[in-house]
Write a protein that binds this ligand. Structure first.
Ligand code: GLN
Length: 563
């Protein structure tokens, strides 16, 4: 019998429900349980694919091509839960399905209502994940208790325990216990109110996880327990982690969360094996190198826009025992101030994916700088397209070369639309999406990193390298080291005469984990460490550091390696 855990949030948004749900999943897996993760989002968009990164952070892409909420990234980084389309439903998707059923006459003339038709649809989406291969399904409800949009989801999970049996369902509520400086104390009232709201709609949480800046005293825990109608042991503290998010599961175990979950759900398991996770925290706390990587993008100031990229850089840092300062750089600043001023102190430059023209010229300038100064460069999706534009313009000398995404009338469309994309007018779910295979060239950096002949990586783009230009580019020193199986699509480009210049049409950042860094990120960070060491040695040997070497950045503040 599959057990269900429902995770809700109260008091404020952005409490880290995704991270907490992923952490619960991770510790249950380490206890030997088979876990599936799911997120239900109360917004009306059918998926986040058409939402601006300013609104919703990055769009996380799964193998099957679904464009999902970024919390699914946490799920994949923390657990081995197989994630497919069923792992993320929005209100938009639920209503679309109900309305389509109504149009097909499936409700036999009944009045179609939120209860029971919408709630039934939601319950079916949850029940879909329960099967013989799954011990626990963890369903996170987006939004905050009290939001109008969340109501049907909360009602559905309330009803769910009536169908599945109370003993098979567990309700975990994440709240905030704020510290009031003026009063010099933690305040439990918001938590009491939030649980009060949940109880009004018929959900009595079994476990409260309390986000807090300061440790919660015994008395405060007892007070929360009494007012919220739970035993003392069910009030679990989740103190802010300013060092690394990967400490969250370890601290939840310390506070007894996993043991309590198993006890409540009647799950008999071994104790969790957390060796790998303790090891990664040890590596983070004891770095042997300190390097800096510039991520030059259009949304650099928004922490969540390139979430998986920042995480993947950190994973590679963990792998190489390196503390990495990530410079989040607006590509428009590179346009305004020039690359030298902004990028001279970095050991590696990464250009992430993106859409739209704003800041593209800054990205192209940053790539030129990395190419000419032989700084390790990693381009991702639009980053690869910009690398092709830069090479086309400045090396192959194709004047005004561009992508037709930004200049429809460019004389040299080195990046263009394939015929099948030209016909598409709808935006949602119409890109080249999901896992695709690439063949790697012998002797390439890519093959050296992956150590395999073929790889499967996730895509999310419309435009492609224009094959008309392949031979000209090759003649000038660009190498196409990753191609689709029929060789019609360029997946990876590299440069001759550069220590580490690699760009990919896909998104490797969606397959990196803290305990298993993605191969290309690992190679990129290794190249950055080597470059730094090389210039440090030159300096120690009394040689002048040339302008091609990194400037001393020891005075700059190193940020914490994880967000
Ligand atoms: N805008 C580009 C395209 O659609 C790149 C997309 C991306 O970087 N994800 O092809």
């Amino acid at each position: 019998m599959t057990k269900h855990i429902f995770v809700t949030g109260g008091v404020v948004s952005s409490l880290g429900k995704g991270l907490t749900s992923a952490s619960i999943g991770m510790v249950l897996e380490q206890r030997g349980l088979r876990v599936k993760m799911q997120k239900l989002d109360p917004y009306l968009n059918v998926d986040p694919g058409t939402m601006s990164p300013y609104q919703h952070g990055e769009v996380y892409v799964l193998d099957d091509g679904s464009e999902t909420d970024l919390d699914l990234g946490h799920y994949e980084r923390f657990t081995n839960s197989p994630l497919t389309r069923d792992a993320n439903y929005t209100t938009g998707q639920i209503y679309l399905s109900v309305i389509e059923k109504e149009r097909r006459g499936e409700f036999l003339g009944k009045t179609v209502q939120v209860i029971p038709h919408v709630t039934n649809e939601i319950k079916a989406c949850i029940a879909k994940l329960a099967d013989d291969e799954t011990d626990v399904v963890i369903t996170e409800i987006g939004g905050t208790v009290g939001d109008i949009e969340s109501q049907p989801f909360l009602e559905a999970i309330r009803q769910f325990s009536l169908d599945a049996g109370k003993e098979n369902c567990l309700y975990v509520h994440l709240t905030l216990v704020p510290y009031l400086k003026a009063a010099g104390e933690l305040k439990t009232k918001p938590t009491q109110h939030s649980v009060g709201q949940l109880r009004e709609i018929g959900i009595q949480p079994d476990i409260l996880i309390c986000r807090t800046e300061k440790s919660i005293s015994r008395e405060d825990k007892e007070k929360i327990a009494l007012f919220c109608n739970v035993p003392d042991e069910a009030v679990i503290e989740e103190k802010d982690k300013d060092f690394s998010i990967y400490e969250v599961p370890l601290s939840l175990v310390e506070h007894g969360l996993d043991r309590l979950v198993c006890k409540r759900l009647g799950l008999k398991t071994k104790e969790p094996d957390l060796t790998q996770w303790h090891d990664l925290i040890h590596r983070l706390r004891n770095p042997k190198h300190e390097i800096s990587i510039a991520v030059v993008g259009k949304y650099a100031e928004h922490r969540d826009a390139y979430k998986s990229i920042y995480e993947s850089i950190d994973h590679a840092g963990i792998h190489h025992h390196a503390q990495i300062r990530i410079g989040r750089i607006l590509s428009e600043d590179v346009e305004a101030d020039g690359p030298e001023r902004i990028l001279h102190s970095y050991d590696g430059i990464l250009i992430p994916g993106g859409f739209g023209e704003r800041g593209v010229e800054g990205k192209i300038e940053a790539i030129r700088y990395a190419r000419e100064k032989k700084i390790p460069f990693f381009g991702i999706c639009l980053g690869m397209q910009c690398a092709a534009i830069e090479f086309g313009r400045n090396v192959v000398k194709l004047e005004n070369a561009h992508s037709t995404e930004f200049d429809k009338n460019t004389p040299h469309p080195v990046i263009c639309l394939l015929d099948e994309q030209k016909k598409i007018t709808n935006l949602g779910g119409t890109m080249r999406l999901g896992a695709q295979t690439a063949h790697l060239a012998e002797g390439s950096i890519a093959k050296n990193c992956y150590q395999t002949e073929t790889v499967s990586e996730r895509h999310r783009h419309r435009y492609e390298f224009n094959n008309v230009y392949r031979s000209q580019f090759i003649a000038n020193g660009m190498m196409f080291t990753g191609l689709s199986p029929d060789e019609s699509l360029v997946e990876i480009v590299e440069l001759k005469d550069h220590p580490w210049f690699l760009a990919v049409q896909y998104h490797p950042e969606f397959k990196s984990k803290p305990i298993k860094a993605q191969s290309l990120f690992s190679g990129f960070i290794n190249a950055a460490i080597e470059r730094q060491a090389k210039f440090r040695n030159q300096k120690n040997d009394g040689e002048q550091t040339t302008s091609d070497g990194p400037k001393d950045n020891s005075s700059s503040e190193f940020e914490q390696p994880t967000s």
